[in-house]
Design a protein around this ligand. Sequence first.
Ligand SMILES: *Cc1c(COP(=O)(O)O)cnc(C)c1O
Length: 389
Amino acid sequence: MAKADASHGPNTRLGHGGNDPMEYYGFVNPPVVRASTVLFPDARTLIAEDQKYNYGTHGTPTTDALCEAISGLEGAAGTVLVPSGLAAISVPMLTFLSAGDHVLITDSVYGPTRRFANEVLPRMGVSVEYFDPLLAADIARHLRPETRVVFLETPGSNTFDMQDIPAIAAVCRPKGIVTVVDNTWATPLYYRPLEQGVDIVIHAATKYLGGHSDVLMGTVSTNAQLWPKLYRGHMVLGMCVGSDDAYLILRGLRGLGRRLAVHQESTLAVARWLEGRDEVKRVYYPALESDPGHAIWKRDFSGAASLFSFSLRDGVDAHRLLDALSVFGLGYSYGGYESLAAKVNLADRTLKRADAEDALIRLHIGLEDVEDLIADLERALISAGGGGS
Ligand SMILES: *Cc1c(COP(=O)(O)O)cnc(C)c1O
């Protein structure tokens, strides 16, 4: 049975990537191989560690199936699995940064990335600098001879600013600076940074790839040049995952394309509806024509995810709004089948933008019927003090 490859559409690849059923008696799904110890047939093989698997921390057929599926989707030479999305951020930083190096990080980065960079990297002798996500090729002005890594996230967390990734990669690559993109929002279905000159792409597989709010995992993928160093860095840190969890992500991955299509359609409907409400000041979602990042999103992405935010006009109470929601749950994650709302704060940003707002309401639009979601939001906006439109 031939595996799906780049000549196939995304949903065919999601359905047939990773394991080969004919390797396991035809069973469609791979076995969950729970493993620490692996036995060797004789002394020579034992001493040389000359077989495909030799210890549980180095992978199993289940984790390999997931790695292969992700590498196929991203166009990567290799992928490592780590226990959380946050570990997918710390592992490449710990692998590619050394004492004396300088790292540039986009200012709209996921909050815990900033916490890791601020609390761990300076202790290792790495200097950390944040840059304006809208800089594009002007990032050159911030590069130093000791700049080793540029960490990107597009769209940025909570404000959803679009970064000009090809322009940034074109500046960094000739200088040998390692570029990393946190691609959790778009998934490899809607954006493939490696095709635009980026070196490393990471995911919180916890979100869309898993898709069911029941598992934590991160993935780190890279090109052929950096793969040996990433593989080694991952192995020495001991950041492995259990096969049961890898199985859950692989299972979530099969329906990812179909789930994302519904997420996208419903999210556009909700975002457009919110734009027309009196209680709402501004909607931050790059798939909207009104969004300042729309042109870059349209140029580089083939779709939009279900996480976006909006600000409220004066007199509309954010806490009353959240408390009045009944279909939306209150929580900080996203990517699952269920809708979520949260209040997010921009106070930890290093650079203050002229248009910056203090707090935003962030929504994840799930797979429920969109009419129910809009009705829930309408009730909540009215009770929050808007009075309707
Ligand atoms: C959630 C998230 C992470 C971290 O994932 P966890 O599995 O929760 O640690 C990293 N980056 C982005 C953009 C995220 O949204």
